[in-house]
Design a protein around this ligand. Structure first.
Ligand SMILES: *Cc1c(COP(=O)(O)O)cnc(C)c1O
Length: 404
């Protein structure tokens, strides 16, 4: 049985008040909250075995190294990754995508094509634009429908032997759309293109089997799945990671350094220059343990209930329009009310203790597509409740009556 009351007890922050009201935290697509079990791991690290890893002969360093590498194994198991050295710790999805985009600059040439979906987060657009500028590569866009679904026929038309790389998010952070990534990956492979899937928004809801997907690269940010900020992972197939040049130079990533020549360390250390977020990596592992103990299936079933309930209730408000009505979506609702700026709704909701996001959600091209300045986005997690949905709906009604 999915016991949300019990789960909420794990999250100390959910007990606090904002503007004199109980916090209703509905900004989970921006960052998730942290359970006590993960906070304990962070406190334990700094209280008991804080040390730099991989280099020390001393006990603390060994302990920190072991825990950090155990966490890598947890990530491996969770995403069913073939080899643990195919996991590169990064500071998050943005870092992971930049690492790959930087590496691809050395293989791409003028006239090669790379494809991006119309519903990407800026961090899966801008690094590729920078790459295109450096290399003369042509960036093409896979269009989407008004429902917020990718147009797969158009995608197939865009693919050709010129296509070298396709990148797309698994789940859109602005719309909640779950993209048909297996089909995207398979079709790209038919023309010999590699695929990077930005999993930042999917990983909190969907347990993906990366070997089964046969994806070339997959990225995750721990802070969206009950872990701390500043840590995440890049999964890359071994062949790719061996081919890509290092992204940053420094300590940890070398085999041997002389002033004449440096040779690089083996995977994954080749891509892990400098002292990493050691505590963050260990806490990321703890966050995966926490979520797996609850179970992704029951979590996402529950979130679907919240999504359906909230969608139905919000649509009862006259003049309210939801952006992103894909058949397959996660618990994200982006909406506007006729004649009201999203920011004004967000401000009133905040006064009521309700945290939502307003604006373009780092996805300006989506807002341009719908010809709107932004949306109000309520994003639900497995620790939210129907009562909180009711508070949101009441709050939106109140904002509407104050603003119209
Ligand atoms: C949050 C998010 C990102 C960026 O993640 P960072 O943790 O800020 O690097 C990229 N893509 C999607 C779909 C996201 O939701």
């Amino acid at each position: 049985m999915f016991d949300v009351k019990k789960i909420r007890n794990d999250f100390p922050i959910l007990n606090r008040k904002v503007n004199g009201r109980p916090l209703v935290y509905l900004d989970n697509a921006a960052t998730s909250q942290t359970p006590q079990q993960v906070i304990n791991v962070i406190v334990d690290y700094y209280s008991n075995y804080n040390a730099n890893i991989h280099r020390g002969v001393h006990a603390l360093s060994q302990e920190a190294t072991d825990k950090y590498e155990q966490a890598r194994k947890k990530i491996q198991e969770h995403f069913n990754i073939g080899k643990s050295h195919e996991i590169v710790y990064t500071s998050g999805t943005t870092h992971a995508i930049n690492l790959v985009a930087n590496g691809f600059s050395s293989f791409l040439k003028q006239g090669d094509e790379i494809l991006v979906s119309a519903m990407e987060h800026h961090s899966n657009i801008v690094p590729w634009q920078m790459l295109a500028e450096r290399t003369g590569t042509i960036l093409k866009v896979i269009p989407m429908s008004l429902d917020g679904e990718l147009e797969m026929d158009a995608y197939e038309q865009l693919l050709s032997d010129k296509t070298k790389l396709v990148f797309c998010n698994h789940v859109s952070n602005a719309l909640g759309t779950i993209n048909p990534i297996q089909e995207i990956i398979d079709k790209a492979h038919e023309v010999g293109a590699a695929v990077l899937i930005d999993g930042a928004q999917a990983a909190p809801h969907i347990k993906s089997d990366l070997q089964a997907l046969n994806v070339d690269f997959y990225t995750v940010s721990a802070h969206k799945m009950c872990g701390p900020t500043g840590v995440g992972m890049l999964y890359g197939k071994e062949e790719w990671l061996n081919t890509l040049p290092p992204y940053q130079g420094g300590g940890e990533m070398i085999a041997e350094v002389t002033f004449e020549k440096t040779t690089y360390a083996d995977l994954p250390h080749k891509f892990e220059a400098g002292t990493p977020n050691i505590c963050g990596g260990i806490a990321f592992g703890a966050a995966l343990d926490y979520m797996n103990a609850i179970g992704f299936e029951s979590m996402s079933e529950y979130e679907k209930e919240l999504l359906d309930y909230a969608t139905e209730k919000l649509l009862e408000i006259e003049g309210l329009k939801i952006y992103g009505t894909a058949k397959d979506k996660t618990s994200v609702i982006s909406f506007n009310i006729d004649g009201i700026h999203p920011y004004d709704i967000g401000t009133i909701l905040d006064k009521l203790g309700i945290a939502v996001r307003t604006g373009h959600h780092c996805a300006q091209p989506i807002m341009d597509f719908y010809k709107i300045p932004g949306t109000v986005r309520a994003s639900f997690s497995f620790y939210n409740t129907k009562e909180e949905v009711d508070i949101l709906v009441e709050g939106v009604q109140r904002a509407k009556s104050m603003l119209l």
